[in-house]
Design a protein around this ligand. Structure first.
Ligand code: ADP
Ligand code: ADP
Length: 225
C-alpha cells in the first residue's frame, strides 16, 4: 500500500494569490478524484505534490519520505498524464516510448524493449506501434499517454482532465484503463467533471479558492447530485 499524506499545505504565489490554503489530505492506492472549478488550485496542488514547486508551509509525505525537503524522492515514483502533449516528434509510437524511457533513466535496452511491448499491449496500441503518434485519434493519443505515464512502473500517476474532447466510447475505454492501473498505485484524477469522479473514484476531495471543502467517498459527498 502507498500512502500520500499532505498536512496543512500552504502555497501563495509572488502576486499574492493564495492557491493552496491549509489543505490536508490522506491518499491511498486507487483512484482519487480532485474536483474543483477552474482556478480552484488543482494544478497548484498537483505541481507541489510532484515536487515541481515549493510550498510556503506544511508537509507532504510519500510512504514516509518528505517530498518538500527531497523532491527527488517523489519524482522517481511519479508518472504524469497531461491533458494535451502539444506537438509530437515525427517518430513511431514505439520509438517515442523508447526515447521517453531513456529520459526516465531506464538504461537497459532489453528492459526498455520488454517494458514498451508490455505497455503497448496493455493500452491496446501494439498493432499501432509503428505509426507516428500525431496520426492517432484523440482516444489513441490518450491511451498512448497512459503507456508513457506507466514507464518505470511509478507508484503515483497524476492525470489532468484526461477525457476532454473524447467521444463517449473512447472516454469509457480510457476510464476503464485508468481504473485498471489504479489497483496497485495511487492515481490522482484532477477534473471539473462530477460524473467521472462519481463513476471512477473511491475517494475524492472538493477544493475551491484553494480551500478543501470536503473529502470522502463520492457516494457520501454527492448524494443527490
Ligand atoms: P486549477 O488547476 O484548479 O484551475 P490553479 O492551481 O491553476 O487552479 O490556480 C489557482 C489560483 O492560482 C488561480 O487563481 C490562478 O490564477 C493562480 N495561479 C496559478 N499559477 C500561478 C502562478 N504561477 N503565478 C501566480 N498565480 C498563479
Ligand atoms: P481505436 O483503437 O482508437 O478505435 P483504431 O486502431 O481502430 O482506433 O484506428 C483509428 C483510426 O486509425 C481508424 O480510422 C483506422 O482506420 C486508422 N488506422 C488503423 N490502423 C492504421 C494503420 N496501421 N495505418 C494508418 N491508419 C490506421
Amino acid at each position: 500500500m502507498n500512502i500520500l499524506s499532505i498536512s496543512n499545505l500552504i502555497k501563495t504565489y509572488p502576486n499574492g494569490v493564495k492557491a493552496i490554503h491549509n489543505i490536508s489530505l490522506e491518499i491511498g492506492n486507487g483512484m482519487f478524484g480532485l474536483l474543483g472549478p477552474n482556478g480552484a488550485g488543482k494544478s497548484s496542488l498537483m505541481k507541489t505534490i510532484a515536487g515541481l514547486q515549493k510550498a510556503d508551509d506544511g508537509e507532504i509525505l510519500f510512504n514516509g519520505e518528505d517530498v518538500l525537503k527531497n523532491p527527488l524522492s517523489i519524482k522517481r515514483h511519479l508518472g504524469f498524464l497531461p491533458q494535451d502533449f502539444g506537438v509530437y516528434p515525427k517518430v513511431s509510437a514505439r520509438d517515442l516510448l523508447n526515447h521517453l524511457a531513456i529520459l526516465k533513466g531506464i538504461t537497459s535496452k532489453n528492459e526498455r524493449k520488454v517494458q514498451i511491448n508490455e505497455l503497448l499491449n496493455r493500452v491496446n496500441l501494439y498493432n499501432q506501434r509503428n505509426r507516428e503518434v500525431h496520426t492517432f485519434s484523440g482516444g489513441m493519443k490518450q491511451r498512448f499517454g497512459v503507456a508513457q505515464a506507466l514507464l518505470g512502473n511509478p507508484k503515483i500517476i497524476i492525470v489532468d482532465e484526461p477525457t476532454a474532447g473524447l467521444d463517449p466510447e473512447e472516454r469509457n475505454r480510457l476510464n476503464l484503463l485508468l481504473s485498471e492501473i489504479s489497483i496497485n498505485r495511487i492515481v490522482i484524477l484532477s477534473t471539473h467533471l462530477v460524473e467521472d469522479v462519481k463513476n471512477l473514484c473511491a475517494q475524492m476531495a472538493i477544493i475551491k479558492n484553494g480551500m478543501l471543502l470536503c473529502m470522502g467517498a463520492p457516494s457520501e459527498l454527492m448524494r443527490g447530485i
